[in-house]
Design a binder for this molecule. Structure first.
Ligand code: NDP
Length: 338
């Protein structure tokens, strides 16, 4: 049972060498009388939040850290091999909080969803049909309170969440601009994902000027994925009564000294509502979200870009690549052939 384990706690940017591939020793059997499930993992999700579990101190969410020399925990799509729980049987496909290994023995409470729409790619259940999709949906519609015609700016726009926020905003009749870190990503945003405009933030010497160019009348909704300099440039460009949906601040996660934000006073001048959220508070919306998004995918009105690497041994590089923008779209590790 091949596994990806954490070798040491991480300070600063995570590196591939912080993780190793080892041969683990779990018993591939559900213990007698237990309601656990033995899963064959098929697709593993690379998520920025996994960095919070790599620190020695408890993470800011207060939900523990990874145990050194054990398989990383993460979201995955898996197939039930053996079940001690009456709701699941051998062969069922599930979206679960699993581990970075070929087979996992997990309590049934770690199952998030039994997969039913199997005509769609299974990997979608850790992307557009999983937490990434739900985060885009809840963040944009519930926290952002969009109105038709709003001017929407999305950072990390080509990523797992950003690409969906942009598409949901377009479906809602908004004007949408995205920022991303390469020319290819900018092309993708404009030519495949339907954004009105997009720019490469790494090539803009003055972000404030770039935003003024794309939003001469100001921004109604900023969907925040990156924080730092981008947030600082957005603040003076917000429109009266705008909303800043604080989903993530990936540019800050690896800094030992977070960057300061100097333009917060614009929240007052423009009466802007800035609100953070955690997707765990919106899990009750999962069924409503799937009812919304599955038909849109089937009709081709929502598309989803994935970046799939093959094999557990390529998992560590894919995971750390999130912090340098190596991924184009949702980063997935395909372990189905292990
Ligand atoms: P992505 O698929 O967007 O991958 C991360 C992307 O972030 C990279 O591809 C890169 O794109 C960009 N990035 C990395 N470092 C920087 C930097 N220093 N400055 C600017 N951009 C950077 O990830 P997700 O869509 O899964 O996550 C997006 C955000 O949402 C993250 O901040 C994450 O923590 C947050 N999140 C929040 C949740 C919640 O409950 N609130 C739930 C899930 C995720 P580029 O090439 O464009 O730089």
């Amino acid at each position: 049972n091949k596994q990806v384990i954490l070798n040491n706690y991480v300070v600063g940017f995570p590196k591939e060498s912080d993780m190793s591939i080892v041969e683990g020793t779990i018993t591939l059997k559900v213990p007698e009388g237990s309601s656990d499930l033995l899963l064959k993992n098929l697709y593993l999700s690379c998520d920025p939040y996994m960095r919070f579990f790599m620190t020695k101190e408890d993470n800011p969410l207060g939900i523990g850290t990874y145990k050194l020399h054990s398989a990383l925990r993460g979201d995955g799509v898996s197939q039930v091999v053996e079940s001690g729980h009456p709701d699941y049987k051998k062969g069922d496909l599930v979206y679960a909080r699993t581990r970075w290994e070929e087979y996992s023995l997990i309590p049934s409470s770690e199952i998030c969803l039994k997969i039913e729409h199997t005509d769609l790619p299974l990997s979608y259940y850790i992307g557009v049909l999983g937490v990434s999709g739900l985060t885009a949906y809840a963040g944009f519609f519930e926290v952002g309170s969009p109105q038709k015609g709003d001017n929407v700016f999305v950072s990390a726009a080509s990523g797992a969440i950003g690409q969906l926020v942009g598409q949901f905003a377009k479906l809602n009749g908004c004007y949408v601009v995205g920022s991303a870190g390469s020319k290819d990503k900018v092309d993708l945003l404009k030519n495949k994902l339907g954004f009105d405009e997009a720019f490469n933030y790494k090539e803009e010497p003055d972000l404030n000027a770039a935003l003024k160019r794309y939003f001469p009348e100001g921004i109604d909704i900023y969907f925040e994925n990156v924080g730092g300099k981008t947030l600082d440039a957005v603040l003076p460009n917000m429109r009266l009564h705008g909303r800043i949906v604080v989903c993530g601040m990936i540019s800050q996660y690896n800094l030992t000294q977070p960057e300061g934000v100097t333009n917060l006073a614009h929240l007052i001048f423009k009466r802007v509502k800035m609100e953070g959220f955690l997707i765990i508070d919106f899990f009750h919306l999962f069924p409503k979200f799937l009812e919304f998004v599955v038909p849109l995918i089937r009709e081709g009105k929502v598309v989803y870009v994935e970046d799939i690497v093959e094999g557990l041994e390529n998992g560590p590089a894919a995971l750390v690549g999130l912090f340098s923008g190596r991924n184009v779209g949702k980063q997935v590790v395909d372990v189905s052939r292990e």
